[in-house]
Design a protein around this ligand. Structure first.
Ligand SMILES: Nc1nc2c(ncn2[C@@H]2O[C@H](COP(=O)(O)OP(=O)(O)OP(=O)(O)O)[C@@H](O)[C@H]2O)c(=O)[nH]1
Ligand SMILES: [Mg+2]
Length: 207
């Protein structure tokens, strides 16, 4: 019974075949054809873990103990015309202003120039959603008319009631700010919310 209910019912075979493609440090290196979905979020929010859980591959997206080290845009190929993208984490302390500027330039280039981008997943720790950079990210999406989906991750760290409170509060704050974005809870550890994420990605990637 438990085994049955833990089974992923949604078709996620595309994500299981994800392969590393390229790390890009400037816009010229961004792959152009087909479509992609990017994962963004503050450093340590759980981006790499969410990607790895989605793709059933613990070593796909590298996790780093040094926040702010990854300043590249990492592309993972699902098939010849579909990709997932791991964006550099933001909001880390102790990073020189020059590096922050570099990050901002690369992110602006990515969000404004990457025509293959179909949607953005914005990952937030469910205990601390919507920090300044998260708002900036969502406002950029609104500005570039890019669909956004918020993943409130590490849900396993708080009780069910608190998870629901955070979900409803986040939805309300976005609505009040006129930001169009869907929101869900997620846990990379417990694999909860995976079906909902797969449904969103499948629709954006036309799977
Ligand atoms: N309990 C729990 N821990 C999580 C979850 N997701 C991530 N973590 C932990 O949070 C820490 C950061 O996760 P990462 O996936 O490396 O975070 P990241 O956003 O990729 O971080 P950067 O690459 O530095 O930007 C790690 O210690 C993970 O094990 C989750 O759903 N539940
Ligand atoms: Mg990471």
């Amino acid at each position: 019974m438990t085994e049955q209910s833990n089974k992923i019912k949604t078709d996620n075979r595309y994500y299981r075949q994800a392969r590393f493609l390229i790390s890009a440090g400037n816009a010229k290196q961004f792959p152009q054809s087909g479509g992609e979905v990017a994962f963004s979020g503050r450093s340590n929010a759980g981006k790499s873990s969410a990607l790895n859980t989605l793709c059933y591959n613990k070593t796909l997206a590298r996790t780093s103990k040094t926040p702010g080290r990854t300043r590249l845009v990492n592309f993972f190929e699902l098939d010849e015309s579909r990709r997932l993208v791991d964006l550099p984490g933001y909001g880390f302390a102790k990073v020189p202003i020059a590096i922050k500027k570099e990050w901002e330039k690369l992110m602006t280039q990515y969000l404004s120039e990457q025509t293959a981008l179909n949607g953005l997943i914005v990952i937030m720790d469910i205990r601390h959603p919507l920090n300044d950079y998260d708002w900036q990210m969502l406002e950029w999406c609104q500005h570039y008319q890019l669909p956004a989906h918020v993943l409130l991750t590490k849900a396993d760290k708080i009780k069910r009631g608190a998870q629901q409170n955070s979900l409803l509060k986040t939805r309300k704050l976005l609505k009040d700010a006129d930001i169009e974005a869907s929101v869900q809870t997620f846990s990379a550890l417990k694999k909860t919310g995976l079906d909902e994420l797969v449904i969103k990605l499948n629709s954006w990637l036309e799977l």
